[in-house]
Design a protein around this ligand. Sequence first.
Ligand SMILES: [Zn+2]
Length: 60
Amino acid sequence: MLMKRICAWCGSTQGFKEVTDFRWRGKEPVTHTICPECQRKIDSEIQSVNLQTHNNHQSE
Ligand SMILES: [Zn+2]
């Protein structure tokens, strides 16, 4: 069965994945991923957060 992969951030379709594992129950067969565009956005947000909190936290 094909499970649709969608970007969890912008909702764009990122392709389909063949699955044999039916973990969703009564739900649409959708898995969430992140598209390259949103990944860049998240990365830059993480970097800015790291800069803001750099004095208080070491990287984990
Ligand atoms: Zn996206």
